[in-house]
Design a protein around this ligand. Sequence first.
Ligand code: DC
Length: 219
Amino acid sequence: MQIAIDGPSASGKSTVAKALAARLGYIYIDSGAMYRTVGLHAARQGIDLDDEQAVINATAGLTLNIEYVDGAQHIFLNDEDVTAAVRTASAGTGASAVARFAHIRERIVGLSRKMAGGQNVIMDGRDIGTVVFPCADVKIYLDASVQSRANRRVAELIGLGQPADFDDISRQITNRDHQDKNRAASPLKVAEDAVVLDTSHMTKEEVLEVIIEIINERK
Ligand code: DC
């Protein structure tokens, strides 16, 4: 069973995907963490993230690995566990920048498919239902207003002990939406056969209930 969850940033994809994976006993793969790791690696080397060739060269020898520690996904950049380091707002912006490049995307799409193998999997991202698993059994597109997504992101950052300003976060979300939806290489869009859920006024439990119902119908 392949379950694809796509949608814009801070739409609740990872929260819902993690909870679903735990409930169903499926593995969860956070594809955004891979783009974040590539972006982090390039940024640490002082590469201009608008320079496609420089980003490709700087990340060519990079090894990305995902391992599960007590059921939680950990991502490794070469041998360094960067799970926490890639969660910052700047790592998100960097991820969105490097995700524009087709060469980087091809690499991560290949890696994502390899990690999933033939297992029961829930993967979230921007192109899972459209590119990574075009034949996924269930495709969900989670959406929400910029305001509610910014509110959620502020709460998440505060929970992590990081500074958070609502206006800044709203701007970042709007910019990221624009970049992810308008790039030439696999832009964020709703797969034809995806179920769209606007979660602006839904609790996590309500979203989970709807998705579990859809999964049970397709089983
Ligand atoms: O889901 P996230 O916020 O961790 O993703 C960070 C960025 O990575 C996102 O703005 C765009 C890019 N991304 C992508 O292009 N395709 C994916 N499947 C996942 C993420």
